[in-house]
Each structure stands twice: as structure tokens, then as C-alpha cells.
Design a protein around this ligand. Structure first.
Ligand SMILES: [Zn+2]
Length: 472
């Protein structure tokens, strides 16, 4: 995610945490009932216990004038424990029917986003099962956490960490990645864009049926659907990877010029972090009142204020956030510190010949005495504060770390760290330990000063020097 403004936009700060003990830690919990949450420190009721999803097949019919949404989502999963009852996360329209393994199942909606399902026959551990959920009703403006409506009459889904629950039921946690396919039916004059590769786009009477699918696993908030009267830009990377970009009516013409640089941006990022991990790329340029852009997998959503730096940021997220995802939301610096450092420091340095050491020194000079600038820690910033300091202090932390351990160690280590967690999850404590394992210098004080404290790091960590690189 990248905010159009410098500080946290209201919409991104509005996430409210429900504090309680981890839901799966209750000693009195029924062992045959899947936990309603996975105990994320910020969002304990996100995700559900007892199963692992392999694939989502989402079918929707959407009518832009009435905003009516009809959906049938089929979830293919494997039980990880015996289950007589389990939960999905869903905050969308009224549920009409749920079936498990094609037998009708009882269901109940409760809490902010829980859909509790009781199958006719209990599920056995280790065995696959299929849940089908039918729902219908109005798509509702979710205040930045789901459906958002465009002046053209179009609509799209955006939000981090939550948004997917507004349009399909899922296991909404960073810890359960699954492949995803969408089949969307809209009136014939509308287009539909989503993640991965297009699978169909056909007219049937006065309707258009559009399909998209990912071949690589994806998280809920990284899926999207965008419905508008899009123009397309189709490109290919030198290696053949298809790039499909979409522009809403009234999208600015300079956005097309920026997007034409996508092959170059992918090459640049790949040189830093390893081969591009997905089957396709592109972008979705929105015309709507939205204050942030979002790294939806393979095809980011771009706000009207997008510039080249935004695109580099969202493309860097394809490695930092999408390929390798946070374990908990307190690990958000892994996503945003790296995406911001890539766009704000590495691109200007390597592609535009800028002396970013000067930028670093100037920024430190300017904000060293600002209590507000250091007030929110980079690691574990707190629920609702995930999208704050990681943008403006994250790049400084990584630039200082690079100077602390030297370019040769830094760039190889971050690449190897990603490779060690492909299509999986990683945490900030794991990042600290991994970087320490590659450096002869004791980094404990450095990490503590930059990541845990709410005051400027001491001089030795603000302006470190390493054997491989002269001090800043
Ligand atoms: Zn971001």
C-alpha cells in the first residue's frame, strides 16, 4: 500500500482492533470446533482454525446501476483437525445457502465477519472438503475495506488488511495462501479486471462473462475485482510474461506512459530481489476518490494521484508482501519498509543517478529532533498504526542497515531471505536473525535502536560505517 499523502490517511488509520486473548488458546474450547480466529496480535479473529484452503473459485454477477451482487464461492480445503463446526470470514451480502461436500449445511453469521458452518457430516482430519456459499444483496461501500464505487458507475474492491470479506467468504489471514479464480458476469458494456491471467471474456446475450485466475497462491487482501469501462494496454516482458494493464475512463494520460515502463520496472526489481515470482503483471488505474494504491497480486490498484514512484513501490511489494508475506500484521515493516526503500532510494539511486546518501543525511537532519517522527516503532507499530512510520522511517532504517553491514552483504542477504520464504510467510524477528547470521557485526543494538525504540538511534547507528562501504 502507498498513501498519496505522506502521513497516514484516515481511511488507512481507521482499522480498529478487537483485543482479546488468542481465540485458539481457550483451554475450554471444543476440540471438534475450528477456532474462530488465529490470534493475530492485532486482529485475533482474522482467519480460522481447523482447515487449510487450497483454492477459491469465486463466481459473481454484478449489476453496476443497482450495485446488486450475487455470488457463489466454492472453497476447496483440507481439514487439519476433526471438525463438526468451523468458521469462514465473510462480511458480504445475505447468505442464501451453504453446502459442504455438496450436502446442505447449517450456518450462522456472528461477530464482525464470522460465518459459522455446521456440516451435516463431521469432517475428518487430513481429508479434503468443498464448501459452497451462495449469497446475494447490495454491494455496500465498505469505507476503504472492500467495495468502493467510481464516478463512472464502476466499482472495485480494495483494502488492507481487510477487503476480501466484502465480496467472498474466505480464510482471511496472511497464514493461508491459496490459488484463486474469478468468473464474473456483468452487463455487456462493462469490463472486469482481476488477478493473474485472463481465462475468458465472452458476450452472452446482453451479458459479458469474464474469467481471471492465478496459478500462484494469493492472500485475500491481495485479490481484487475491478468493474469499469476499461481501456487496456497489453505488453510482454522480454521473457514472455504477459502484462495486462487497465485504465478507467478519465484515467490520466501520463498513467499510460508510466505503465509502459512496467517491463523496465520489473527488470529493475528482479535484479534486486530475484526472479519475478508470478505468472503475469500489469496495473489497474482507477478513477475514484481513493487515497491509496494497493499491491493487489500481479496487478496493483492505482489511485488517480499515482506516479512512477508509486508503481515502483507496488511492484516491489510483489516480492515484499505478496511472494513473501507477513506472519502477523506486526511484521508490516517487511512489506512497507522494503517497498518504500526500493521506490524512494534504490530507484532514484540506480536509475536516476541520485546521491541518496545526501537525501538520508538531509532527512535525518530535518527530523532528528521531531518527537512525532520517532513516536511509532517500526516493528510492532500497534493495531491501526501499521501504515505510518513504515513509510517515512522504514527507508531510513534499511539505508542505515545497508551502511552498517555493507552493500555486498546487504543485497545478497535480503535476496536470500526472500528465497528462504518463497510463497510463504516471514516475520521481523526472523529478518533480524537472518541478517545477523550474515554479518560478523553484532546487530542487536542496531536493530533495537531502529526497530523497537521511539527516539532517534544514537549517532553510531544513524551514521554507521562498514568495512565494505564508507560511512555516511
Ligand atoms: Zn506499500
Amino acid at each position: 500500500m502507498r498513501l498519496s499523502g505522506w502521513m497516514c490517511a484516515a481511511v488507512a488509520c481507521a482499522f480498529v482492533a478487537v483485543w482479546s486473548a488468542p481465540a485458539n488458546a481457550d483451554p475450554l474450547a471444543d476440540p471438534l470446533v475450528g477456532a474462530p480466529g488465529l490470534g493475530d496480535p492485532y486482529y485475533p479473529l482474522d482467519g480460522n482454525g481447523g482447515y487449510d484452503v487450497q483454492h477459491y473459485d469465486v463466481g459473481i454477477d454484478y449489476d453496476p446501476p443497482s450495485r446488486r451482487l450475487t455470488g457463489t464461492t466454492e472453497i476447496s480445503a483440507t481439514a487439519t483437525q476433526a471438525l463438526r463446526r468451523f468458521n469462514l470470514d465473510f462480511a458480504g451480502p445475505a447468505v442464501r445457502m451453504v453446502s459442504v461436500n455438496h450436502l446442505p449445511a447449517a450456518f450462522d453469521r456472528n461477530g464482525e465477519h464470522e460465518l459459522t458452518v455446521t456440516p451435516t457430516l463431521p469432517l475428518l482430519p487430513g481429508l479434503p472438503f468443498v464448501v459452497t456459499v451462495d449469497y446475494a444483496g447490495p454491494a455496500v461501500d465498505a469505507g476503504g475495506e472492500g467495495w468502493t464505487f467510481a464516478p463512472s458507475g464502476g466499482a472495485f474492491v480494495a483494502g488492507e488488511p481487510h477487503s476480501a470479506t466484502s465480496w467472498y467468504p474466505l480464510n482471511d489471514t496472511p497464514l493461508d495462501k491459496a490459488t484463486f479464480e474469478l468468473h464474473a458476469t456483468v452487463p455487456a458494456e462493462w469490463e472486469v479486471v482481476s488477478n493473474g491471467l485472463p481465462t475468458e471474456n465472452v458476450l452472452r446475450g446482453d451479458k459479458r462473462v469474464v474469467g481471471w485466475a492465478t496459478t500462484k497462491p494469493v492472500l485475500g487482501y491481495l485479490t481484487t475485482v475491478a468493474i469499469d469501462k476499461f481501456d487496456y494496454l497489453e505488453q510482454r516482458r522480454a521473457n514472455g510474461t504477459p502484462l495486462v494493464s487497465a485504465f478507467a475512463p478519465n484515467a490520466k494520460s501520463h498513467h499510460r506512459e508510466t505503465e509502459q515502463r512496467l517491463p523496465e520496472i520489473l527488470d529493475f526489481t528482479e535484479n534486486l530481489y530475484g526472479p519475478y515470482p508470478f505468472e503475469a503483471s500489469g496495473g489497474i488505474y482507477l478513477d475514484a476518490d481513493i487515497e491509496y494504491s494497493l499491491e493487489t497480486q500481479t496487478r496493483p490498484l492505482y489511485a488517480p494521484k499515482t506516479n512512477l514512484q508509486t508503481v515502483v513501490h507496488e511492484i516491489a511489494h510483489q516480492w515484499w508482501g505478496n511472494w513473501v508475506s507477513v506472519r502477523h500484521w506486526s511484521d508490516i515493516c517487511l512489506n512497507e519498509c522494503f517497498a518504500s526503500y526500493t521506490a524512494d532510494y534504490l530507484w532514484p539511486e540506480r536509475m536516476e543517478g541520485k546521491n541518496v546518501d545526501d537525501d538520508y543525511r538531509e532527512t535525518i537532519r530535518k527530523y532528528r529532533d521531531s518527537a512525532k517522527f520517532w513516536a511509532i516503532p517500526l516493528e510492532n507499530p500497534g493495531a491501526g498504526k501499521e501504515f505510518t512510520s513504515v513509510y517515512y522511517r522504514g527507508p531510513l532504517f534499511l539505508h542505515a542497515l545497508r551502511k552498517q553491514i555493507g552493500d555486498a552483504v546487504f543485497f545478497v542477504a535480503v535476496r536470500d531471505f526472500l528465497a528462504a520464504h518463497t510463497y510463504g510467510n516471514a516475520s521481523m524477528p526472523e529478518f533480524r536473525a537472518f541478517m545477523q547470521s550474515r554479518s560478523a557485526t553484532n546487530l542487536t543494538g542496531f536493530f533495537d535502536a531502529w526497530l523497537d525504540r521511539t527516539e532517534p538511534p544514537p549517532e553510531e547507528y544513524l551514521f554507521p560505517s562498514s568495512p565494505a562501504a564508507p560511512g555516511l
